[in-house]
Design a protein around this ligand. Structure first.
Ligand SMILES: NC(=O)c1ccc[n+]([C@@H]2O[C@H](COP(=O)([O-])OP(=O)(O)OC[C@H]3O[C@@H](n4cnc5c(N)ncnc54)[C@H](OP(=O)(O)O)[C@@H]3O)[C@@H](O)[C@H]2O)c1
Length: 288
């Protein structure tokens, strides 16, 4: 099967490349130069069309995005271009060549008043990132009949190229700085490798619609940080639990967020990993 993975230089995309290695996979990247990946800017719709027409993929996996929530709030025009119009262009191209499409969305399409959210809960985003992820979901479902919208939350894993949570935790632990972690922001942390394997099952099935292949545990960020530190053999003393206002984040945060994975778990043969199992797998990968 011919597969296109956008954003293959990212945390999620790099894992997707790995789990689909037995297929004919082409990956794209944007600012990070990674050998073997093709450059593609989601702002360049002509380049998206040319790439998809050239490759004629059977499956398009689309995690590429501008995912920094505060940057989206401060630069909403750019977020609209990348997260909404870029996704619309990918969806239009996928539909034109008859490809199945998997789009990566977020628990931030919800308002955070009643998480973890079921797949059919009513979205009500409270920040630009969430509004744009929701608009992109709508574009994909309108344009591509054969689609899966994979909503995810708090993805963690080893990513030497990235600045994700695990890498920040390791960096802070070896410095004198404290790490502030909000005790009032809840989510369902998701192990990147487990997510990629679950997405493979979903993508290769005939399932259509929304899926939540996230971890089963819903917990606040400070608790997750302490559990991650323990799994990595770090003294958690540098983690400081704070309330969200203290972080002065430009974008409002949905506080009681996270996703309910139970209906997605029923579709899968693999088990979606809880926090302690997922963190143990990451620690083993890091040799800790
Ligand atoms: N990680 C999470 O906890 C989380 C939670 C909820 C939803 N999501 C969603 O899951 C998806 C993947 O997230 P991630 O954690 O893998 O993010 P990531 O590590 O930051 O990777 C983002 C990817 O998108 C690419 N990209 C950025 N700007 C682009 C542009 N203008 N044109 C083309 N590609 C561009 C990046 O390329 P370069 O790095 O080469 O610039 C990178 O490959 C995103 O759609 C995100 O919204 C993630």
């Amino acid at each position: 099967m011919k597969i296109l993975v956008t954003g293959a230089s990212g945390l999620v995309g790099s894992r997707l490349l790995r789990v689909f290695a037995d297929h004919e996979v082409t990956g794209t990247r944007n600012s990070r130069v990674v050998e073997g990946l093709l450059p593609l800017d989601l702002a360049d719709t002509a380049a998206i069309d040319a790439l998809v027409d050239d490759l004629q993929p059977d499956l398009v996996l689309h995690p590429a995005a501008m995912p920094a929530v505060d940057r989206c709030e401060l630069e909403p025009g750019l977020s609209l271009t990348i997260n909404v119009e870029g996704t619309r262009a990918v969806a239009r191209a996928a539909a034109r060549v008859g490809a199945r499409m998997v789009y990566f969305s977020s628990d931030y399409v919800f308002d955070g008043s009643a998480g973890p959210y079921e797949i059919d809960a009513e979205p009500a985003p409270i920040n630009e990132y969430g509004r744009h992820k929701l608009a992109a979901e709508q574009a994909v479902s309108e344009l591509v009949d054969d689609h899966v919208i994979v909503r995810i939350c708090g993805v963690y894993g080893h990513d030497p190229r990235g600045l994700n949570f695990i890498m920040q935790l390791l960096a802070r632990a070896s410095s004198d700085e404290t790490m502030k972690a909000p005790r009032d922001q809840w989510g369902t942390p998701t192990c990147a490798d487990n997510l990629a394997a679950a997405v493979r099952e979903l993508a290769l099935s005939d399932y259509r619609g929304v899926a939540h292949p996230v971890g089963p545990d819903c917990l606040p960020r400070d608790e997750f940080a302490r559990r991650a530190a323990a799994a990595l053999g770090l003294d958690a003393g540098f983690i400081q639990a704070v309330d969200t206002p203290e972080l002065a984040q430009p974008a409002p945060r949905p506080l009681r967020c996270g996703l309910d994975n139970r209906r997605t778990q029923e579709l899968l043969s693999l088990r979606l990993l809880g926090v302690d199992e997922g963190l143990a797998a990451v620690a083993a990968e890091l040799g800790r």
